[in-house]
Design a protein around this ligand. Sequence first.
Ligand SMILES: Cc1cc2nc3c(=O)[nH]c(=O)nc-3n(C[C@H](O)[C@H](O)[C@H](O)COP(=O)(O)OP(=O)(O)OC[C@H]3O[C@@H](n4cnc5c(N)ncnc54)[C@H](O)[C@@H]3O)c2cc1C
Length: 498
Amino acid sequence: MSAPFDLLVIGGGINGVGIARDAAGRGLRVLLCERGDLAEHTSSASTKLIHGGLRYLEQYEFRLVREALAERERLMRLAPHIIWPLRFVLPHDAGLRPAWLLRLGLFLYDHLARLKALPGSQALRLTREGVGAPLQPRLTRGFAYSDCWVEDSRLVVLNALDASERGAEIRTRTTVESARREAGAWAATLYDSEARRRESVRARIVVNAAGPWVGETLLRTLSLEARPMVRLVKGSHIVVRRLYEGPQAYILQQPDRRIVFAIPYERDFTLIGTTDVAHEAGPGPVQISPEETRYLCACINRSFRAQIGPDDVVWSFSGLRPLYDDAAANASAVTRDYVLDLDTDGPPILSVFGGKITTYRRLAEHALDKVRPHLPGAGAAWTGQAPLPGGDMEGADFEAFAARFSAEHPFLPEETARRLARAYGTRAERLLGDARALSDLGETFGGDLSAREVHYLVRYEWARLSDDILWRRSKLGLRMDREGVARLGRYLSAAQRP
Ligand SMILES: Cc1cc2nc3c(=O)[nH]c(=O)nc-3n(C[C@H](O)[C@H](O)[C@H](O)COP(=O)(O)OP(=O)(O)OC[C@H]3O[C@@H](n4cnc5c(N)ncnc54)[C@H](O)[C@@H]3O)c2cc1C
């Protein structure tokens, strides 16, 4: 058997890849295993906000909000292609939270953000501002504030890519079936479902970043005692054709005190979410229920002039929030903060409970702080200043980069140039290679996906199946018909045949 890895990371969601990247950059030997595709579960089902979490102020989560706001400023600079500012309109609705409370919350939010890269909050007369036009006439006053958007599943892939470029082994479609403490290290059995092969590996430390499966991994995969520390809360989103003009998002208060977002999505659509439903069944894939769809439609219909119903939904997705169980009475009130549990009763195991996309980089730093005493020679923290792949743009100025990229590739339709610049940043050059005409990009599958892009995704981004490409590396699934999807599936199988 070969020399042990320093870290075996279980799970290719944002927390697993973030830890793998950080560890690899500190010179550690890292193996990350993901049972399915990268970001196949919670990390592609989020609301896609890099945010402090305005509503967590109501739960006095000041530590979390401050850390998240600092990360917001930092991540914008490190990945300006997939993270960008978003202005939110928060209408005041009589009978719900009073205007003074909203103003106080926003004042705190502005002041907890120490750096001021984004504009602060402001009061709005919705009757006089264009952003008020799509709303019902009773909503006359409101506020605006800023947060950021993130392409969540791409953030995961870019972290995995950087980890691998720094020496980590990233294996998708590989399950960690079991691991036990043996002769001063962890002995683990892996199953590669593509090659249909089992393999034994050794590691000094195991990181359990299995998200919703964190408890099950402790109990079943690692045969350790685990008290139930994770609480699963399902959240669903719906996507409809664009409901309104303009780049602004809306944050809508609901009579049950929840809030629901309406966000411009993929140019022609609006993303609406999320629900918060306690999930008593075990972890696994989840789908939106008819009640959740009706709930989200009703939230929109309460505030917008345009009215929607379940028939308007063109796509939906659901995920399980793996929240740290702090014994809160209702699902919306469970802490969104994370807890790292280090068990050193033998070779160490670190388990990740909770967390947000927004705080993944800090979570990874904290995780490394915890395991570092057990790994002499591990380097110091470094990720705070290092752009993610494709994010190395002059002055972190995406618009300038996108304009230059488009001008340098005049054969690309404007929309395609922008989509590639957004998805791949400076790596888009590598994707295009020597192409000088559209025909050089090969066969197309609909929704401007070319064979060359498919090859890039297979070669550099662990894409294997059409869903990996259409719903996680991109959202081209929204624009592709059944025939295109089937053709892409056949093309991928042929391309990967030995
Ligand atoms: C509806 C919703 C909205 C959200 N909105 C936001 C938001 O706007 N902003 C924000 O910051 N956060 C948001 N979050 C939170 C954020 O999405 C999660 O905290 C984060 O994605 C969790 O990532 P993870 O890596 O812990 O879990 P996951 O992404 O689920 O990754 C865990 C992975 O482990 C793998 N795995 C499990 N067992 C094994 C095994 N034995 N072997 C190999 N692999 C295994 C699974 O296949 C899975 O892919 C939201 C969450 C939800 C559900």
